[in-house]
Every structure is written in structure tokens, then in C-alpha cells.
Design a protein around this ligand. Structure first.
Ligand SMILES: *[C@@H]1O[C@H](CO)[C@@H](O)[C@H](O)[C@H]1NC(C)=O
Ligand SMILES: *[C@@H]1O[C@H](CO)[C@@H](O)[C@H](O)[C@H]1NC(C)=O
Ligand SMILES: *[C@@H]1O[C@H](CO)[C@@H](O)[C@H](O)[C@H]1NC(C)=O
Ligand SMILES: *[C@@H]1O[C@H](CO)[C@@H](O)[C@H](O)[C@H]1NC(C)=O
Ligand SMILES: *[C@@H]1O[C@H](CO)[C@@H](O)[C@H](O)[C@H]1NC(C)=O
Ligand SMILES: *[C@@H]1O[C@H](CO)[C@@H](O)[C@H](O)[C@H]1NC(C)=O
Ligand SMILES: *[C@@H]1O[C@H](CO)[C@@H](O)[C@H](O)[C@H]1NC(C)=O
Length: 595
């Protein structure tokens, strides 16, 4: 599979590819205090810097590595940008020539409060869905949307009203107004990650290449005779870039009025992301969408280090040894294997005979489904999507629910410990009180400094990975999302609220809205995941409210209890183990307690 373990998740692989620390000058890594630093980051991504001389600027070294990953899988690679372009004369292309014309700005937007309805995000402009689908299904529904059946590889979309069990939308409930927003989002669509624990497009294409002379495809697979594998690794795709830009724009239109708070306190917002290439690129694309170009001088971007051994609430697996444990991921894979054997049986029988001279395994067939998703979000269309039936896409979607349930969410022994660091930060922000004890993934150097971790602001934006989003939802004790209990490997349960395509797709976004309401004296909080309101009734003391409101003080008390009852030392470093298979389950994302 893909993200999984490493990349998105844990990280034994850290040294791989050009995406990590080697690509970012240390200078930028901690926190850009100076707007100048932000300016140069932006410039790195967007423009040639005007000061540099001929041949020295323009193309930062990193881009070259990024576009030509050195691995066996790609059968086609384009080297753009060229390493030494001959026409680079920065002095002839100044970035500031003056004469901008009038530049008055208007008032901030507040669509979340001012519009009669909410703009639905239906997903994926620029991407093309299959021209035809395998007609194997008996019951085909005309409105089947393949993009919504790729688990964590789906582009984010507004979930249906009621998806999480509340008949309420993200609009501000009547008689309330929003006073704060804590936004956590995932990076946008990316190429496959280097780590693949089941399936894996690059490895598959590498094997096909090696065996190139020996096989020939027929029938539905005939296109593979001319097909080349064009995907890179790890970094954002152009569409992924757009997702974050769009999310930034949408957030400004909905919540722009929250910026008044910063003008009043004479401060700039601080947004956080990690050093990994796609994380930084996602955050900066969000910023361009939210602030517009040029964004320098409008906010400060904290870029925390995502690397083994560094305390980082947005990359907690880097210090949580038990989360790095292969056994944990194997447990999740155990379920996926069993389920794939079932739901891909027919597809295997249908497709394997169409590739002569190469034995396609069930795992390979699974990879063809991944290929569909990855190619679509990277190059806009994939012929592989046409190969499967609607039911097989539902099966694929569920395979990812299984994986993430057991690897990163309520069914994982290390989900809650990994999410608790962010919960501690959320409590600090909600109560305007610094974190008292650093005994999880929190980072005292950053968290105890009011400049790098400000309290008492109206807007917070944090970028992270899907596994961490799921860790956080688990640590918040949002157990209504886990109502169906441990997911079975042999069938798709009829009713389930735990769907990874709903909770952790590309550019997934979780809004913690803080509200003031006429009807109640106390400030309220609610949680909106991809435009769906989540019931907070799993959280101790939170009432069954039709819009999912809970008093902030009640919410905070429950979170403090969660923090008390979550032992990082035990969860991440304790000598517990859990068996593979169905012999042991958790539905609260916590390991067996010490005997
Ligand atoms: C694919 O993965 C297998 C198992 O990890 C490995 O032995 C093989 O070398 C890989 N092949 C390619 C082409 O990457
Ligand atoms: C805290 O974060 C800073 C900046 O990313 C980093 O330099 C430092 O090493 C981190 N501290 C720990 C204990 O990991
Ligand atoms: C890093 O995390 C460990 C484990 O929770 C903690 O003991 C240590 O104090 C933290 N360091 C900093 C600088 O936050
Ligand atoms: C900014 O917003 C925060 C959170 O709502 C609030 O506590 C603070 O008083 C506001 N500051 C100003 C100057 O309005
Ligand atoms: C764990 O959950 C699975 C899937 O629902 C179930 O089959 C199994 O019986 C459960 N195991 C235990 C020990 O409860
Ligand atoms: C967390 O959820 C569990 C299971 O639903 C519940 O028993 C417990 O009271 C909750 N704890 C808090 C602090 O919300
Ligand atoms: C941190 O320490 C406090 C106080 O000793 C303890 O109650 C809590 O469980 C610990 N939290 C974590 C996340 O380990």
C-alpha cells in the first residue's frame, strides 16, 4: 500500500528520496521569524531571486532531484527543469518593477456566517474519470463516483450531510457566531511514497520492466504494451498543489473575518507545517491561496523538523518507537491481505489470463487499482480505472478503511498516544495556557515560546499527514466514528461511519470551530470534518446537540482526562506486544495496559 508506514506514517525510511531534510537549508527549518525568510522560501518556490547572478539562480537544486527520482520503477522520466538553462538573466527579469496601480483592499469575507448556504466541494476539477467502467456489476448506480472510493488516495470532497450521524452542516448554527478556528489539514495529492507494504506501483512497474521481453498483454490490458510508468515519488502532484491553493482560498472566503483579531492585537498569524517536501509545498500553496501573492509580511510559517528523534506533534511517529515497529503495520496488512483475497478474486480470474508470460498475483491486481488512483491524481487520467467494477472499487475503498483502522486509528494500539500531543496543544490554545509537562511528542523549545506557539489567537492552521489526522481523531475520543467496532476482514459492514475517504483523503481538513452563542453563556466548540459535523457525544460530558456543539470547558475537561489517561512512555516505549490477526482488539486506539 502506500503511505503507510513510512512516509505518511512512521518513518524508518527517512533518508529516502529528495523529499526530506537534505533539500531544505537548515536556515529555514526552525521558524521563519523574519518575513524576509518567508520571502525567500516563497522565492525558492516561485521565482528567481533578483539578486543572484546568471546561472546561479533560478533553479534550486532540489527541483532537479525531485523530478528525477533515482529508483527503478519509472520507465519514463522527464528532466525538468534543465540543470543549466542557458537563458537565465535574472537582472532582465526583476520581480518588483513598481507601477502596481491602485491596491486598495476591501473588508474580510465571512461566508460561513453571511451566506444562506455553504459551498459544496465536489472534488476534482482537472481530473478525468474513466470513460467506461467494467460492466460486471449487477446493480450499478448511475451516480457512482470513483474518486470517492480511493480511501486515503481520494481527493477530498464535502461529505454528505449526515455522514457522521448529525443532520447539520458547517454553517454557523443560528444565534451563534464564530470566534475562532483551529484548522488541521493534510497535504494534497502526491506521488506514491517509497514505502509500500502491500501493493506498490513503482515496485510493480519495476518488475514488469525487468521482465519486459517476456510478457504480452491482451484484451482489456492491451494498453499496457505501450504504457510507461510516469510517476515520481513522495512530492505533490500539480493537482495536489491546486488542492491546497483552493483550500487556502476557501478558508479565506469562509473565515477571513478572523483576521481582524490579528489587526487588533497587532500580531501576525503563525501557521505550522513540517520540513518534508510535500508538507512545506502544501503549506505554502495554502498560504498563496489564503493570503495571495505576495504572502510575505502577512503571516509566519513555522516549519518543524520531520526526522527521527525530533519531538513533533505533527510527525509523532518520529519519536514513538512502538509506532515504528513493523509488527504494527503487519497487523493492518494482515486484514488487507485477507480482504483482497476475497474482493479481488473475480478480478484476478478475469485479468490474470490477459497478461501472458507474467503471473499476476492478487497483490498485483491490487496494485493496478492503486495505479488508477495514483495516475489519475498525477497525470489526470488512468486507463487502469476502466478495468474494475463498481463493487471492486467499493472493495478497494474498504481495504484502505481496514488498513488505517488497524494502523492509525481506533483499532491501532499506538493511535491515541500519537494524537495526544496535538490534543495537548489544542487544549493550550483553547485555554490560553502553556503546556505544563512535555511528556509526549510536544516540543518544549517551540511550544513554550509564545512567538513560535502563540496562544490567544483566533486562527490556527496546521498541516500534517493522514495518519496523524486519524491519530488526532482517535485521541479526541470521537468514538462515534468507531461505532461499528473492529472492522471485519471478510465483508464490508452495512453501516459504518469510519471511512478513510471521508476522514483522511488528500487535503482532508478538520475544522475546530469555536463559537459564541446567544442561547448559552459559555463558549462552544464543534468539530467539522470535510464539511460534515461530527457528534461529540463520545467525549465525556458533551451533550447530544443537534449541531454537535459542546461547551469548551466540558470539552477541555474531557481532553485533560484523555491526556492524563494516555501514557506516552508506555504506549511508545513500553514492552507490550499484540498478536497478529483477530486475537486482540482495541476500539480506543490504545495498547494493552501494563499487567
Ligand atoms: C520489489 O519488491 C521486492 C520485495 O521487497 C524486492 O525483492 C524487489 O527487488 C523489488 N523489485 C523492484 C523492481 O523494485
Ligand atoms: C524541537 O523543534 C526544534 C525545531 O524544529 C528542533 O530544533 C529541536 O531539536 C526539537 N526538539 C526536540 C527535543 O526534538
Ligand atoms: C521530547 O519528548 C520527550 C518524550 O516525551 C520529553 O521527555 C522531552 O522533554 C521532550 N523534549 C522537549 C525539548 O520538548
Ligand atoms: C483574538 O481571539 C482570541 C480567541 O478568540 C481572543 O481570546 C482574543 O481576545 C482576541 N484578541 C483581540 C485583540 O480581539
Ligand atoms: C476482534 O475483531 C474482529 C473483527 O470484528 C473479530 O472477528 C474478533 O473476534 C475480535 N477479537 C476479539 C478477541 O474480540
Ligand atoms: C472516551 O470514550 C470512552 C468509550 O466511549 C468512554 O468510556 C470515556 O468516558 C471517554 N472519555 C472521555 C474523557 O471522553
Ligand atoms: C504526562 O505526565 C502527567 C503527569 O505525570 C501524566 O498524568 C500523563 O499521563 C502524562 N502524559 C503522557 C501523554 O504521557
Amino acid at each position: 500500500m502506500d503511505d503507510y508506514k513510512d512516509v505518511e506514517s512512521s518513518g524508518e525510511l527517512k533518508q529516502h528520496s529528495a523529499t526530506d531534510s537534505d533539500t531544505h537549508p537548515k536556515l529555514y527549518v526552525v521558524v521563519a521569524f523574519l518575513t524576509g525568510a518567508i520571502a525567500s522560501i516563497g522565492a525558492q518556490y516561485i521565482f528567481c531571486t533578483p539578486q543572484s547572478g546568471v546561472n546561479t539562480v533560478s533553479v534550486p537544486q532540489r527541483s532537479i532531484e525531485v523530478f528525477a527520482p533515482p529508483y527503478a520503477g519509472s520507465s519514463e522520466v522527464h528532466h525538468f527543469p534543465p540543470a543549466s538553462p542557458t537563458n537565465v538573466f535574472p537582472s532582465l527579469f526583476p520581480t518588483d518593477v513598481g507601477h502596481a496601480g491602485p491596491t486598495p483592499t476591501g473588508a474580510e469575507a465571512g461566508l460561513i456566517a453571511t451566506a444562506p448556504s455553504y459551498p459544496v466541494h465536489s472534488g476534482a476539477p482537472h481530473l478525468v474519470s474513466p470513460a467506461s467502467m467494467n460492466k460486471g456489476d449487477k446493480h450499478k448506480s448511475s451516480n457512482f463516483d470513483i474518486f470517492k472510493h480511493w480511501g486515503n488516495l481520494s481527493p477530498w470532497f464535502s461529505v454528505e450531510r449526515g455522514a457522521f450521524g448529525l443532520d447539520s452542516g458547517p454553517e454557523v448554527p443560528e444565534t451563534c457566531s464564530i470566534t475562532g478556528l483551529h484548522l488541521v489539514h493534510r497535504h494534497g495529492a502526491r506521488y506514491p511514497t517509497q514505502f509500500a507494504s502491500f501493493g506498490g506501483p513503482a515496485n510493480f512497474s519495476g518488475r514488469l520492466n525487468q521482465a519486459a521481453a517476456g510478457w504480452k498483454a491482451h484484451g482489456d490490458l492491451k494498453f499496457m504494451n505501450e504504457w510507461t510508468y510516469k510517476l515520481g515519488e513522495e512530492v505533490l502532484t500539480p493537482f495536489g498543489r491546486q488542492q491546497l491553493f483552493d483550500l487556502g482560498v476557501a478558508t479565506r472566503i469562509k473565515y477571513g473575518f478572523l483576521l481582524k483579531n490579528f489587526s487588533e492585537s497587532n500580531t501576525l498569524p503563525v501557521f505550522r507545517t513540517e520540513s518534508q517536501d510535500r508538507m512545506l509545498a502544501s503549506a505554502l500553496n495554502f498560504a498563496i491561496g489564503f493570503f495571495g501573492y505576495p504572502f510575505e509580511g502577512q503571516y509566519q510559517q513555522s516549519i518543524t523538523i520531520e526526522e527521527k528523534g525530533f519531538n513533533n506533534t505533527l510527525a509523532p511517529y518520529k519519536t514513538c518507537n512502538n509506532a515504528d515497529d513493523k509488527a504494527k503495520s503487519d497487523r493492518a496488512i494482515w486484514y488487507v491481505r485477507r480482504w483482497a483475497d476475497i474482493y479481488l478474486k473475480d478480478a484476478h480470474a478475469r485479468l490474470a489470463p490477459q497478461l501472458k508470460g507474467y503471473d499476476l498475483s492478487i497483490e498485483d491486481i491490487y496494485t493496478l487499482q492503486q495505479m488508477c488512483a495514483y495516475e489519475t491524481v498525477a497525470i489526470g487520467y488512468s486507463k487502469f480505472c476502466e478495468l474494475f467494477t463498481e463493487d471492486e472499487w467499493k472493495g478497494f475503498d474498504y481495504s484502505l478503511d481496514l488498513y488505517f483502522w488497524y494502523d492509525s486509528a481506533f483499532g491501532s494500539p499506538v493511535a491515541r498516544v500519537q494524537g495526544i500531543g496535538y490534543v495537548q496543544e489544542l487544549v493550550a490554545r483553547l485555554t490560553h495556557t502553556p503546556i505544563a509537562v512535555h511528556n509526549s511528542s510536544t516540543n518544549a523549545t517551540l511550544n513554550d515560546n509564545p512567538v513560535t506557539f502563540p496562544l490567544g489567537q483566533s486562527l490556527y492552521v496546521d498541516a500534517t499527514h493522514e495518519v496523524v489526522v486519524l491519530n488526532i481523531l482517535t485521541a479526541l475520543n470521537l468514538t462515534t466514528l468507531a461505532a461499528e467496532g473492529p472492522l471485519p476482514a471478510d465483508h464490508i459492514p452495512k453501516h459504518r461511519t469510519f471511512k478513510v475517504s471521508h476522514l483522511a483523503p488528500f487535503a482532508t481538513n478538520v475544522h475546530f470551530q469555536v463559537l459564541a452563542c446567544d442561547s448559552v453563556a459559555e463558549p462552544q466548540i464543534r468539530v467539522i470534518v470535510n464539511d460534515g459535523a461530527v457528534p461529540l457525544t463520545g467525549i465525556k460530558g458533551c451533550p447530544a446537540h443537534k449541531d454537535g456543539l459542546c461547551p469548551v470547558s466540558t470539552f477541555v475537561d474531557a481532553m485533560r482526562e484523555m491526556i492524563r489517561d494516555t501514557d506516552w512512555a508506555w504506549g511508545c516505549h513500553g514492552a507490550w506486544s499484540v498478536p497478529e490477526g483477530t486475537q486482540w482488539n482495541t476500539t480506543v486506539g490504545y495498547p494493552p495496559l501494563p499487567q
